[in-house]
Design a protein around this ligand. Structure first.
Ligand code: AHM
Ligand code: MG
Length: 335
């Protein structure tokens, strides 16, 4: 019995993107080649992560603090630079905006023709890196709207519907890439022997409800009473189980496959929570919605949220339709 069929074996990521667009138009070629470069970044990061513990100086802190006020890890910096280098000379991506860079990074030689911007979180869940637990990368592709003459990339301050593509790479026991271009959600496993991402599942639909709730309960007393009430509810009812890994991509992947809800609400000190819109919650919101799930700030669809700055944070409730609705019912019950 063959291990898996040759057809599936041959559905690589770039071929899949082209099939999705059903054309060999320049736009389809562009998107396929951008996805291919993201995949290359994923492979380079996966390789580094798998060897980092054996290398000298690959793990730990750089000693710097990023624009978010967080200590930068060497892997954050490596992964940030990997995305920049794979897009140099691509001719496609003119700007990259990341969690680790205060301002967008321009690749001037691409800018005359490259109208695409890559938004990304190079290493999501950095606290897991040094202890060899799962981490991820999150990405979204947007098209530049109008001229960006002042180099401030103001056109990125728009809602999530402007994302042409979004997804994430999960560096777990295997490396998995999940993406959408607005035509369903698809997952690919990295076959290390081929060096290719091979199609695993097409048109993933998440369950309407799942048993998992995923939140950092260490913040319990920082949350609004309504969120505390929701948590009390799941504690007191059968059929819920808590899972929180400290890496959003891993927690969301579990929820995508098995259902449930992830929440990072605002707190008394940080009403917008921790997670950033443009390269964390908006791409994941697009994935959730495309898979039949929901994504809310608690007040509105994450996809509708218009940021006022590049590193805008939003509270986030992401997951199965019924589970997100249950959280929202507590939030709306102001009494
Ligand atoms: P990072 O991108 O700097 O690693 O931050 C994002 C991470 C998410 O992956 C995770 O869900 C969250 O921050 C964990 O934060 P906390 O330790 O406050 O629970
Ligand atoms: Mg992050």
């Amino acid at each position: 019995i063959p291990e898996y069929s040759l057809d599936r074996d041959c559905t690589t990521l770039s071929r899949h993107v082209l099939q999705q667009l059903q054309s060999f138009s320049p736009d389809a070629q562009d998107l396929s080649s951008i996805m291919n470069r993201i995949a290359l970044a994923g492979k380079l990061i996966a390789r580094r992560l798998s060897r980092a513990g054996l290398m000298t100086g690959a793990l730990g802190l750089t000693g710097d603090t990023n624009v978010q006020g967080e200590s930068v890890k060497k892997m954050d910096l490596y992964a940030n630079d990997v995305f920049i280098s794979v897009f140099k000379q691509s001719g496609l991506v003119c700007r990259l905006a990341s969690e680790e860079m205060e301002k967008p990074y321009y690749i001037p030689e691409n800018c005359p023709i490259g109208r695409y911007t890559l938004l990304y979180d190079p290493i999501d869940g950095s606290s897991n890196v040094d202890i060899n637990l799962n981490v991820g990368s999150i990405f979204a592709i947007r098209q530049q709207q109008g001229e960006d003459s002042d180099g401030e990339a103001q056109d990125l301050l728009t809602d999530g519907s402007k994302q042409i593509a979004a997804g994430y790479i999960l560096y777990g026991p295997a490396t998995v890439l999940v993406y959408t271009i607005g035509k369903g959600v698809h997952s690919f496993f990295l076959d290390p022997s081929l060096g290719e991402f091979i199609l695993a599942q097409e048109n993933i639909q998440m369950p309407d409800h799942g048993s998992v709730y995923s939140a950092n309960e260490g913040n319990f007393w920082q949350w609004e009473e309504q969120i505390r009430d929701y948590i009390r509810y799941v504690h007191r009812h059968e059929g819920y189980t808590g899972r929180y890994s400290g890496a959003l991509v891993g927690d969301i992947h579990r929820i995508l496959m098995q259902g449930g809800v992830f929440l990072y609400p605002g707190s008394v000190d940080n009403p917008d929570g921790k997670l950033r819109l443009l390269y964390e919650t908006a791409p994941l919101a697009m994935i959730m919605e495309q898979a039949g799930g929901k994504a809310s700030t608690g007040e509105q669809r994450i996809m509708d949220y218009i940021p006022s700055k590049l590193h805008q944070r939003t509270p986030a409730i992401l997951g199965s339709r019924k589970d997100v609705d249950l959280v929202l019912s507590f939030i709306n019950d102001k009494g």
